[in-house]
Design a protein around this ligand. Structure first.
Ligand code: ZN
Length: 96
């Protein structure tokens, strides 16, 4: 699946977002009764395999702004990511 997605977009962060959107649609199609999504960290580290548990409402909110990404705490890139949401297990960053 990853190889197929890589053809669609070259930006790794957009690719990660696409993965998360697919996770979400899978969750919805299986009617998982949960108020959180387990998504992949959307930081710029290519080797990052971190998983984040994000409340559904928070996930939906981040997706409303194109430049915002969900990353694990400490995975923010200094000088590039502006932290707009600071949570115990993840950060919401906006590309500067
Ligand atoms: Zn990461």
């Amino acid at each position: 699946m990853a190889a197929e997605l890589a053809h669609e977009t070259r930006d790794p962060r957009l690719l990660l977002r696409e993965v998360n959107e697919r996770i979400r649609s899978t969750n919805e199609s299986f009617l998982v009764a949960a108020d959180t999504y387990e998504v992949v960290c959307e930081c710029a580290r290519l080797d990052c395999l971190e998983r984040l548990e994000v409340p559904v409402a928070a996930y939906e909110d981040v997706r409303l702004t194109f430049a915002r990404f969900l990353v694990a705490r400490g995975h923010e890139q200094a000088g590039i990511d502006r932290i707009v949401g600071d949570r115990p297990t993840y950060s919401v960053v906006e590309l500067a």
